[in-house]
Write a protein that binds this ligand. Sequence first.
Ligand code: FE2
Length: 188
Amino acid sequence: MATTFRYQIPVEQTQWIFDGRADTAFTWEYEDGREKLLTLYDKGKKQQWDAATRIDWSQDLDPENPMMLDDRAVQIWGSPIWERLTQKERTAVRYHLQAQSLSQFMHGEQGALIATAKIVQTVPSADAKFYAATQVMDEARHVEAYARLLHEKFEIAYPITPGLKALLEHGVMLNLVADRYPKGIEEH
Ligand SMILES: [Fe+2]
């Protein structure tokens, strides 16, 4: 079933496109200064994992508390409203809050996927692009794992919150990562 039908709050559209222009750097030099970054790239290649097989998806989660979280993690725990809730209502709150927070992780991971793809686009050297590509694959796996968890186990999802959306939209994360990456990766 498409995610659209699992959202607990209606989403007006299932696409979100905004202008996130960045310089695109091609390079014609494929050999210079390779060693350090290629070591990281090789490491990245060897450490690839498959979210479909590495995680045991056959396990059933507790329907009353899928993430096995202490009730103190519930934002309204201890409040007069919480105290008034029946056990059944508390289970529903727990379930929806956990799905809500996992949904934000899922959307955030998509942000990371796009941010790392942008790094591939903007870093100048081929080696940095190679290594950044392994990060892109890693973020794709994170989106895959959260999406599968929500679809198969929770069977519900929540749309992106305005706060997270604003963070991604204003490109705070994307630009910061892209600007700092060339220096950051040398220091790795
Ligand atoms: Fe991630």
